[in-house]
Design a protein around this ligand. Structure first.
Ligand code: IPD
Length: 255
């Protein structure tokens, strides 16, 4: 009997609800506020979606803890304990949401004893539900997914994000990183605008790697579970694998 499967099923149902809220909100006018910088945005929908997710989960699992992007922005503690903890990004890709650019996701990572037990990323305009339960593989809309397995960087497509810091030191570092990678050369660099979606794109082999300087735990908790279960590896800048699993054979895809 899997103790966390009920939580995962509930999380999937909640992310579907959240996705519906986001799609509905896109039909209306979007009011935007700035957070840490003029390019770090938040909308009323980010807050409403997070409230919906947290209040529903809290009602069902009253002893569980939460780390939510908007709750932390409003002053809640961001403390990872050993207890069951839901790490939530209600809209990963808020800038995309504001511009109606189609990579917008709801991301949930669930930890117990500080280990990720499952991840859920719902790319709600693409209608792609990515899920992974620790030790049981990664899926997109129920079909198994796996990383590309590309070994040759010159044949790879790399994802990144620009981040919110626009001071000259960060800007120079960002441009220097891009120049080094493009001059290898690689097939290309893309910045789709949602960290969680980026990790899922690597998890399903649509891209070969993703690097991001200045990522938050809520941006990556769900995607990290999916990527590692798809045979990928999540590393920090000291080159240490965060979690590692052997790559499985690619699943048979319908023609
Ligand atoms: C952001 C997105 C974006 C990344 C930012 C994140 P948010 O998340 O993942 O791709 O560049 O660093 O903060 O703010 O839209 O939840």
């Amino acid at each position: 009997m899997d103790p966390w499967l009920e939580c995962m099923d509930f999380g999937v149902a909640m992310t579907k609800e959240a996705g519906k809220m986001i799609r509905d909100a896109l039909q209306r006018e979007i009011s935007v506020r700035e957070k840490s910088s003029p390019v770090d945005l938040v909308t009323e929908t980010d807050q409403k979606v997070e409230e919906l997710i947290i209040s529903s989960i809290r009602e069902k699992f009253p002893t569980h803890s939460f780390i939510g992007e908007e709750s932390v922005a409003a002053g809640a503690p961001s403390a990872l304990t050993d207890g069951p903890t839901w790490i939530i990004d209600p809209i990963d890709g808020t800038t995309n949401f504001v511009h109606r650019f189609p990579f917008i996701s709801v991301s949930i990572g669930f930890t117990v004893n500080r280990q990720i037990e499952f991840g859920i990323v719902f790319s709600c305009l693409e209608n792609k539900m990515y899920t992974a339960r620790r030790g049981r593989g990664a899926f997109c809309n129920g079909a198994p997914i796996t990383v590309s397995g590309q070994q040759d960087i010159t044949k790879s497509l790399i994802l990144t994000e620009m981040g919110f810091k626009k001071d000259s030191e960060h800007f120079r570092a960002m441009m220097a990183n891009m120049e080094s990678i493009l001059s290898i050369p690689v097939h290309g660099i893309r910045a789709p605008g949602s960290a969680a979606v980026n990790m899922c794109l690597v998890a399903c082999g649509a891209a070969d790697a993703y690097y991001h300087i200045g990522i938050h735990c809520w941006d990556m908790a769900g995607g990290a579970a999916i990527l590692t279960e798809a045979g990928g590896v999540v590393m920090d800048i000291t080159d240490q694998p965060r979690q590692q699993r052997r790559r499985r054979s690619p699943p048979e895809l319908p023609v």
